[in-house]
Design a protein around this ligand. Structure first.
Ligand code: C5P
Length: 219
């Protein structure tokens, strides 16, 4: 087996984040983590040293990958920063955009009318934070975009807004979230590469191969 990513360190995020309201309630989303875990495995199979910072998922830790389990977006960012420096950073996680302004340390009583409204504050944007780092910015920073229409246009806008090098765009108008198949476009400032529809592990293998080609040139 060839190991084109041997000697390369890749830090990545996957899964949802979980934002506590109180000890028993939270805000989260339906991300399964499947695409991120498959990509972590594919990069490890090509020889990379992979650190996967994962929100809560039902998946087993991928073989040959250092998996760091966290819950909140703030903990995810801290774990990513601890894991740097790296050659490549890949943000696959479906980070909750908002968290409760206050996480109550006691269960809020449902029958006492305490939960009249829930004040929210914005979470850190992990991809943007890592893309815009002055020190230890990985040579290749990759984000994901789940869109339902005008997928490549939105990916291009996201590339500029986040400051990353690639956006891996997928059309989630079907059953991609939680499903087993995917089709992607990798959008960079001067190129678009489109895949066929394939299983998430196959898509992961294709992305890992393109990363391997790119690190030789950029990192
Ligand atoms: O802005 P949007 O959520 O559509 O961007 C998606 C990309 O940004 C994904 O790569 C996701 O992992 C990353 N992201 C992040 N931190 C956030 C929000 C999104 O790293 N708070």
């Amino acid at each position: 087996m060839t190991s084109p990513l041997a000697g390369r360190r890749i830090v990545m995020t996957a899964g949802p984040t979980l934002e506590a309201i109180d000890p028993v309630r939270f805000i989260s989303n339906r991300s399964s983590g499947k695409q991120g875990y498959a990509l972590a495995s594919a990069c490890a199979e090509l020889g990379a040293e992979v650190v996967l910072v994962s929100g809560p998922t039902a998946l087993n830790d991928p073989a040959g990958v250092e998996t760091v389990r966290i819950e909140s977006a703030r903990d995810m960012l801290a774990a990513v920063e601890t894991a740097l420096p790296a050659d490549v950073f890949i943000a696959v996680a479906a980070v909750a955009d908002w968290r409760p302004a206050e996480a109550h340390d006691r269960k809020i009583k449902g029958n006492k009318g305490e939960m009249g409204s829930l004040a929210l504050v914005e979470n850190p944007d992990i991809l943007k934070t890592i893309s815009q780092r002055k020190d230890e910015r990985p040579g290749l920073v990759i984000g994901f975009a789940a869109e339902t229409h005008e997928v490549e246009d939105h990916a291009r806008q996201k590339l500029a807004r986040k400051g990353c090098d690639w956006i891996v765009a997928n059309d989630v108008s079907g059953d991609v979230m939680g499903g087993d198949e995917n089709a992607i476009a990798i959008v960079s400032s001067d190129d678009v590469w489109r895949s066929q529809r394939a299983s998430k592990p196959e898509i992961a293998g294709l992305i890992a191969q393109r990363i391997a080609q790119a690190v030789v040139e950029t990192c």
